[in-house]
Write a protein that binds this ligand. Structure first.
Ligand SMILES: Cc1cc2nc3c(=O)[nH]c(=O)nc-3n(C[C@H](O)[C@H](O)[C@H](O)COP(=O)(O)OP(=O)(O)OC[C@H]3O[C@@H](n4cnc5c(N)ncnc54)[C@H](O)[C@@H]3O)c2cc1C
Length: 292
């Protein structure tokens, strides 16, 4: 019997993943699963555990490079309504992790709850943003989190409270197999004032990220006290190409993906940049983009 045979309604076999990712690269998922309810999701996770099937969760694929050979096992997509709900109670906003960060921000703003608006313009889902503590110098998502509901590898719901959560520079300790939902504590403020700040943050972000509308991905975390783009530039790597992958001349920490590029091109370019920066400055660049 094929794996997950009893979940045929929600499973796509050998499903190309490129269309689900920002860079539009990479091979298929052996099994792409889109559960409709929490119960269905728990049952799938439990079965993966019992059958030793690798399990990954796909958000919007904005921080993801899928290898050309594809991904073995199960890729979960939490796109059904049960996983995209957002609700407000007093100062608390609760969001399921499949919701988009933009929907979360506008929901909070409409209810006169401030804090998250500095994240405006960061693409992706709430789950992806929590995992990597999305943000920038203006703030990050982690600072507003009260608790996170997760599924453990056996499909049980576990609540991670604030005091056990660690949010760092584009990183968190939320390494549970599935992040389900999160509760944020925000501050009341007039919706007009929030929207005004949101517009300002949007303009600043667009100016800082001129590549938002191209097939471009951010490659490395900034090493402590340093800037990855500056190191790459000073190593003379701007516009360096491997196949269809090229280091951007507008922000050297972004790879541009040209027609015909493969994931292998991007991975080889990443290796080349790391090696050159290490040789030149003795600094080890840590990848920001997740590779599957
Ligand atoms: C143009 C552009 C601009 C960007 N600007 C910024 C920026 O300013 N600041 C910033 O921080 N980031 C930025 N990013 C990166 C990206 O937007 C964030 O990392 C985003 O949070 C990724 O969310 P996602 O839903 O696309 O996650 P994906 O890329 O789909 O996944 C990323 C990781 O999160 C995991 N994951 C996702 N959802 C779940 C879940 N529910 N449970 C468990 N694991 C999960 C995945 O398994 C994977 O390991 C930018 C990206 C682009 C393309």
């Amino acid at each position: 019997m094929p794996a997950l045979a009893e979940f045929a309604d929600i499973v796509k076999r050998n499903e190309p993943l490129a269309p689900y990712t920002h860079l539009r690269l990479g091979g298929p998922a052996e099994l792409l699963v889109q559960p409709r309810t929490r119960e269905e999701l728990s049952a799938v996770v439990r079965q993966c555990f019992q059958e030793h099937l690798p399990l990954r969760v796909l958000g919007s694929g904005c921080n993801l490079l899928v290898r050309d050979e594809g991904v073995p096992g199960v890729v979960l997509r939490l796109s059904e309504p049960a996983f995209t709900q957002i609700s407000v109670e007093g100062k608390l906003v609760r969001a399921a992790t499949g919701a988009s960060v933009s929907a979360l921000i506008s929901h909070a703003a409409r209810h006169g709850l401030a804090g998250l608006e500095t994240l405006v313009g960061i693409p992706g889902t709430v789950g992806g943003a929590l995992r990597c503590n999305a943000g920038d110098r203006g703030g990050d998502i982690g600072q507003f989190v009260r608790h996170v509901e997760v599924l453990d590898s056996k499909g049980n719901v576990v609540v991670r409270d604030r005091d056990e959560l660690r949010f760092g520079d584009r990183a968190s300790n939320l390494d549970d197999p599935v992040l389900l939902a999160v509760e944020f504590a925000l501050e009341p403020e007039s919706p007009d004032a929030i929207v005004k700040r949101m517009r300002k943050a949007w303009i600043l972000r667009k100016a800082a990220q001129p590549l938002s509308f191209q097939l471009a991905g951010r490659l490395f975390k900034n090493p402590r006290g340093l800037n990855a783009a500056t190191l790459i530039e000073q190593a003379g790597l701007v516009k360096t190409k491997v196949g269809g992958a090229e280091i951007s001349d507008r922000d050297a920490n972004y790879v541009l993906v040209r027609p015909g590029a493969t994931s292998r091109d991007v991975l080889r370019l990443i290796d080349l940049v790391r090696t050159r920066v290490q040789e030149r400055f003795n600094v080890e660049l840590e990848r920001e983009i997740t590779v599957w």
